[in-house]
Design a protein around this ligand. Structure first.
Ligand code: PMP
Length: 396
């Protein structure tokens, strides 16, 4: 009996040890092959989320199929979308008088949907802080009069204009901002005073990176591909009184918020897989302590990079200190050739997609929620090394 007990003990011990070692190795293998992706979007997603999706890929929780293959009307997907919405509501403390919609068509479709649904007086106020706000204003111009309340175009959008006392138009249906400017790396750290008009915000590149007060917005939207999931899903959070039946005449059914709101984002086939991943990312954020914890880590990461940039003799940050984004950090060396060399050498080190947007050049490090602190530390170590090797080149 004793012999048998010893045998069972060792066998169990051996199996457990084997499973643990295998798991550690498989995590290491995945982690080792993965680079640090500083892309502005589609961007790096949490490894834990990807692994979980990988495990569920072929057989989602005993259904014998992947989430990509299941009916959006079935009970399994019904649970996935309901849970994703519930997680988001709890993370961002969304009041019940706000609708949460999971739509398609990216941020660009929102540039049109916003005026088509909200521009009753055919007039709206826009604040221009970059390419995306400009595109949104241009699109709104198709439907009505667009007033530009403030702009930072005079200094290549490197700052946020003073929005404390804006000439808000009495006829304006809403005031529009792009809250975090992905390309230029600026962020509204205080929301503009809209003088009672609904605030509409494009939060694509700062969504869930820190706590925010939903009640301050009439409508906000975010493309998923930066902080919350794969491209193809857009989250819209809108106050119910702004979701009205009387969209502008000619508005296609698919572009009416009221249609999607009534059907709980299931008017047509929604971006099922995207919603599934978003739901997992929302859970991941909660497991790490929610939005306040995200903010703390994001501030720590950004501080490492900005402090280095401010002290560097080779690299220069391009944004006014008080308006700096926690998510997108642009910088230049002042030499196009050196910039290109930096991007190429960084790639060799496993630090990818550091090239600035095609319209501005230089470099940009996007450090969204899923970018670990180690990624930023590795980047700064590499920048220090590069500065040592090439600093003199610029001084000549
Ligand atoms: N808004 C912001 C702030 C963006 O950064 C982007 C794209 N990077 C867009 C809108 C456009 O989004 P999409 O490509 O999904 O239309």
């Amino acid at each position: 009996i004793l012999y048998r007990q010893i045998k069972v003990f060792y066998l169990t011990y051996f199996i457990f040890a084997h499973i643990i070692i295998e798991t550690i190795f498989s995590i290491m293998r995945v982690a080792m092959n993965r680079i640090y992706n500083f892309s502005a979007g589609p961007a790096q997603l949490p490894l834990e989320v990807l692994k979980e999706a990988q495990e569920e890929m072929l057989d989602y929780r005993g259904t014998g199929m992947s989430v990509m293959e299941m009916s959006h009307r079935g009970k399994d997907f019904g649970k996935i979308i309901a849970e994703a919405e519930a997680e988001l509501r709890s993370l961002a403390d969304i009041p019940k008088e706000y609708k949460v919609l999971f739509l398609q068509g990216g941020g660009n479709t929102q540039f049109a949907m916003v005026p088509m649904n909200l521009m009753k007086n055919r007039e709206a106020d826009y604040i221009l802080t970059g390419v995306w706000a400009k595109k949104a204003a241009k699109e709104a111009g198709i439907f009505g009069k667009v007033n530009i309340l403030a702009s930072s175009e005079d200094k290549t959008f490197s700052y946020i204009p003073d929005c404390s006392d804006l000439p808000v138009s009495s006829r304006a249906d809403y005031v529009y901002i792009c809250e975090n400017n992905t390309i230029y790396g600026t962020k509204f750290h205080a929301l503009p005073d809209t003088k009672g008009k609904p605030l509409v915000a494009d939060m694509s590149s700062c969504f869930l990176s820190e706590p925010f007060d939903v009640k301050k917005y009439g409508l906000l939207f975010a493309g998923a591909q930066k902080n919350i999931g794969p491209a193809g899903t857009v989250v819209v959070i809108a106050r119910e009184d702004l979701i009205r039946e009387d969209a502008l005449p000619g508005t296609p059914t698919m572009l009416k918020y009221s249609v999607h709101a009534k059907e709980n984002s299931m008017f047509n086939t929604p971006p099922c897989y995207g919603i599934y991943i978003c739901g997992k990312v929302f859970k991941w954020i909660r497991s790490r302590g929610g939005l306040a914890a995200m903010k703390q880590v994001n501030e720590e990461k950004a501080k490492i990079l900005y402090e280095y940039l401010d002290a560097s003799r080779l690299f220069t940050p391009t944004v006014a200190k008080r308006d700096r984004s926690l998510m997108n950090v642009p910088f230049v060396t002042g030499s196009e050739q050196l910039d290109a060399q930096f991007v190429a050498e960084a790639k060799e080190e496993g630090l990818l997609n550091l090239k600035g947007h095609r319209t501005v050049g230089g470099m940009r490090a996007s450090i969204y929620n899923a970018m670990p602190k180690e990624g930023v530390e590795k980047l700064v170590r590499f920048m220090e090394k590069f500065e040592k090797e090439h600093g003199k080149q610029r001084d000549v």
